[in-house]
Design a binder for this molecule. Sequence first.
Ligand SMILES: Cc1cc2nc3c(=O)[nH]c(=O)nc-3n(C[C@H](O)[C@H](O)[C@H](O)COP(=O)(O)OP(=O)(O)OC[C@H]3O[C@@H](n4cnc5c(N)ncnc54)[C@H](O)[C@@H]3O)c2cc1C
Length: 415
Amino acid sequence: MDGYRQRCVAIIGGGAAGMMAAIYAVQNGADVTLFEKNPYLGKKLGITGKGRCNVTNDCDNGEFLKNVIANPKFLYASINNLSTSDVKDFFENLGVPLKTERGRRVFPVSDKAADIVNALKNCLRDYGVKVVHEKVISIKASENRVTGLITDRGEYDFDAVICATGGASYPMTGSDGDGYRFAKELGIEVSPLFPSLVPLETVEDVSSNMGLSLKNVTLKAVDNKTGKTVFNELGEMLFTHFGLTGPLVLSASSHMRHMEKGRYTVYIDFKPALDTNELDKRVLSDFSKNINKDFANALGHLLPSKIIPYIVKRSGIPPDAKVNEITKAQRKAFIDTLKGLSLEIKGFRPLREAIVTAGGISVKEINPSDMSSRKYKGLYFAGEVIDVDAYTGGYNLQIAFSTGALAGMHAAWEE
Ligand SMILES: Cc1cc2nc3c(=O)[nH]c(=O)nc-3n(C[C@H](O)[C@H](O)[C@H](O)COP(=O)(O)OP(=O)(O)OC[C@H]3O[C@@H](n4cnc5c(N)ncnc54)[C@H](O)[C@@H]3O)c2cc1C
């Protein structure tokens, strides 16, 4: 083609977004170099979904956008360009059969996140993408145009650079916030970072319950300022030395967007299948079989033994009160505790323990139609580094894949 020069595209970050960006850039005719500071690609991707990788969610675009917490409209073009069913087809075409589980969560049939990582790696190799294991130190720019990048080993010129460095959570995976620094150095606005999908610290000391895992409980979270219930779901949770974690708790945390001590209270319903009257009957029946026992020794059929001392304390009934002496009012207090143990939230655990980083490169700085920077020609952003985040269910990886694909495609084309 006369006058045609292949565009040289650099991608910073060999995670979900960076690898997808590389594949789309090379498919669209670019000469692509992928920079990854770890000795291997997809370190975080390899631990997603507890090593099973919840790769996307089997939902339509409208439903996907409903599950994006921050800036869903910004993702309109990217999800239209690469939808959840496109991501499914993409991996199945690369030879990774997928299955859909509860909540439309999509996983590899093998239950191995490594299969997703390897599929992407093999695809990069087959397309001849150059992978360079160097740490990028900064992005070079001159007169509002990106010109290349500097790594810990050298300086390189490129026509376009895609910043796909991930967030700042789980920093041992390599995503430790470099992309935010690159942006700030270029005068690009970064919205404040905070953790999402993160364990919660409680004001009350629940350390005596540490290690106790509860299944089929309901966790309700209330915003004490507005009085609104921000989360109410059935599932699994775990007590820790600092408070609470587990799937229900992580999900609840992403609905707590105004975290400060005392702003939120969670209520645990230990017996969601029974209403208050039914539970009262059940308790009375248990009590009738243990009439001469101490209260604390009569609860073995109702609760896991580890939590009995804590619940007894919170019910306000003396542990050595004889079951036949317990008054109706005391029984009501006990049932109220079982149906809604309240725990005031002190705060999130630190960002490094969060599944995703909320905040990031401000969406005002990026054109949503192609992921390009509004300030610098040739600069693109993709993945978690952008100020977008979603609930659990495969939506965060879908964000990475969709924004990566759109950035890769456009970075490959002459402007
Ligand atoms: C434990 C855990 C489980 C999760 N499970 C799921 C799940 O099942 N489903 C889901 O949808 N989401 C899940 N997530 C979230 C999901 O993993 C992320 O949202 C997603 O990986 C973001 O992709 P990314 O490519 O933007 O960033 P990352 O995957 O973090 O990749 C960024 C890459 O950039 C590299 N990098 C950073 N700085 C530099 C630099 N200066 N030079 C060179 N390279 C650099 C890093 O080493 C890293 O490899 C999980 C997250 C965690 C922590």
